[in-house]
Design a protein around this ligand. Sequence first.
Ligand SMILES: [Zn+2]
Ligand SMILES: [Zn+2]
Length: 294
Amino acid sequence: MQRSGYKCLKCDDSGIRLSILARNRYAQATLCDCVKIPCPTCKGSGFLLENDEQQREIAITCPDCEERERRIRLYNSARVPKRFVNSRLQREHRDDSNTEIFDLLELIVRNLPDFLHGLDLQRPDDELFKGMVLMGPPGTGKTHLMTGFTYQCTVMLGISCVFQGFSELLSELRQGYSDGKSDVEIIEPHLRADLLIIDDLGKGRNTDWELSILDTLISERYNRNQLIMATTNFTEQEETTLKERSLAGDKADKEHYISDTIRKRVGERIYSRLQEMCYFENLSGPDRRTEDVL
Ligand SMILES: [Zn+2]
Ligand SMILES: [Zn+2]
């Protein structure tokens, strides 16, 4: 779908333009004006004529039109929050504090099509993995990186992807439960996309039921060779993890902070499952929200 000789700045020559609409929570993908209408491949009919084995003329869907429409649907169903409409994995956002993560995300992007066809995903140190947990304090650009990665997967690679906030994910799982669905039925919609990205993993206090259904979801994705990625403000060490004011505290307790690790937040079972399948990476560095990168 790349055209030569001229570059469309609105869509980076993908033919797919992103925008935001006041009434939508998520960034919206549509066909870019630079896409020639009618389509030069099918002259706008949406179909091409081909000969089958018996040399009979048959109509097939135009691959150019079809693939572009499919990628637009993929981006829109990924549900990228609209304030991340401009997130891309761009080299100019690479710096000393995120180089390793950039390398890893680029490695995943390069190898994802093969992984989805059954090949192993291999880290630079040769360990196999099926996902990544990106840890670090708020404002270090984790969500920006992961929404950029979502763009790369859907628009550039045509891979299905769901980007979901942790609280929103749990509330959808709870909804399934109150609709009287079985565990398998509850997690089924979250198994459809090749890639599930959970933003803000470990946020809030969660019930045993929520953690157990989440464990079922994560292990089922693992068994099906489907990727999981997550961002979290909690890290593996108490010294670096997010410190939160104790909920139990009254005024006298105002200065009392708790510093749960990611392990405490999601529980032993989920933590060890993620350990088994994911590459854990720390993102440090300055608060990027003050630098207008987001
Ligand atoms: Zn364009
Ligand atoms: Zn066409």
